[in-house]
Design a binder for this molecule. Sequence first.
Ligand SMILES: Cc1cc2nc3c(=O)[nH]c(=O)nc-3n(C[C@H](O)[C@H](O)[C@H](O)COP(=O)(O)OP(=O)(O)OC[C@H]3O[C@@H](n4cnc5c(N)ncnc54)[C@H](O)[C@@H]3O)c2cc1C
Length: 523
Amino acid sequence: MDRSRSWWGWGTTDAALSDDECRGLAGMLPGLAAEPVPVPRIADLGLRAPRIEAPSSLADRCSTDPADRAGHTYGKAYRDVIRSLRGDLPHPPDLVARPRDEQDVVDLLDWASSTRTAVVPYGGGSSVVGGVEYRGDEHPAVMSLDLGLMNEVLEVDEVSQAARIQAGALGPALEAQLREHNLTLRHYPQSFEFSTLGGWLATRSGGHFATVETHIDDLTESIRAVTPSGVYASWRLPGSGAGPSPDRLLLGSEGTLGVITEAWMRVRPRPSQRASASVVFGDLFSALDALRELTQSGLRPANCRVLDEGEAQLAGAGNGEQSVLVLGFESSGVPVDHDLADALELAASHGGVASAPASRGGRDASADAWRSAFLRMPYVRDGLARVSAVSDTFETAMTWERVPDLIADVRAVMPAAITDACGTPGRLNCRVTHAYPDGCAPYFSVIAAARPGEELETWDALKVVASEILQRHDATITHHHAVGRDHRPWYDDQRPDPFAAVLGAAKRELDPAGVLNPGVLIG
Ligand SMILES: Cc1cc2nc3c(=O)[nH]c(=O)nc-3n(C[C@H](O)[C@H](O)[C@H](O)COP(=O)(O)OP(=O)(O)OC[C@H]3O[C@@H](n4cnc5c(N)ncnc54)[C@H](O)[C@@H]3O)c2cc1C
């Protein structure tokens, strides 16, 4: 079986939807194309010839193979899939470098700075915001710096429960190595299988923990990075009040200030106690009220997601008229059944009707249905893209008191915008992926039938409408998908001007030749 990574879409080629499965999706919405567009062959892409050669000392770390270059041209956003399907790859990297150790990273950055070759750090390439693609022509050449060979857990400190992990480790490889010590990082973004520790740190990813330690930031003890100006390493500390945190500058730096090579991460014993249930509500807002009270009550479910009526139905967890709260508690020692019972009582006071709770490793059926649909979703998205669907998401976070207005506004404006752009109505769903005592992270998905050939333009127009709604409500342009190139206009507006100036100064200091991920975050 072919387990190779797809160059144009999500995951591995063997898991992609077949042509027949794509035809099956065409019945999902009126207006979808009956026949899937074919996936272009790499040989037919006509990639621009490489414009630079690596120096002989680094040549064995660098590839100019067309499949490598095509696969490193874009991330894995919907618009990346569409452009790949169109064979539209005008700015492929000239070479793909795979350092084996930190010295290789130093040498590659030195060479890139001296030749003004743009460097795009690349982890798993799962960016959905244009984070790993080069746009423009200001640099004479572009190198994708793929950390994939630096993928080991180098050290485990079982006393302090921390592990030193190389940045290029993909989620499964990292967890497999920690499992040998009965430890786990338990950071599971939806993209877990095909994203790396370095990418998570560089984008401040949001993981499976839906309350408290939601972002990778919370699991980070110290970070080591190579910048064109030298190595940048912070001390291992459980906490520190010594001035602004050096880690904070690298967290979310999106490859613009340095290449993260490794980090000490907080790990924990694998959970042995689990309890989960799903709770059905008559409407989304009652479910959200329950969720707010839950997070404010001091209960800390590891998993708690609210799915609106459409989202629950799509995931096979609801009948299309009910909103669902998926709840899961876990611990490596104390039983969590009481926590779940308290949470269910609280949910019941908001009209929630619970499924029979499953405990001690037992799994709730709705939660299971949701989880498998969740992991299959990116493959289905690619299949939908092949039958001319617009299928993408936008996400945000804001304080509780403003959440109902935002959701109401999105529900009022987006359906009309979709019909306007596509000529037929589409589907707009909402889920809440993370929750805090003072707010939550609403996440919206759009599925609609674009006019064949207009998929990209249609999504770009809808993305502007969506982002303007977020901006109107002072909701962040992203809770966990990062800024990249696609969120720049709204991010620039969101951040304070003096902070933008400080970031620019840091960039000039750490990357004087301006080669690191140009166009992302800064400048
Ligand atoms: C289907 C799907 C589901 C997703 N689900 C989630 C989710 O649940 N939560 C979430 O937070 N995100 C999610 N994402 C977005 C994406 O997976 C995250 O942004 C992830 O953190 C990127 O990791 P990566 O290793 O793939 O990084 P890449 O995509 O390779 O890179 C992302 C950015 O980080 C920089 N970078 C990568 N490695 C390094 C390094 N070592 N040093 C410096 N800079 C580096 C890159 O230059 C780029 O700017 C999803 C994406 C997809 C396609």
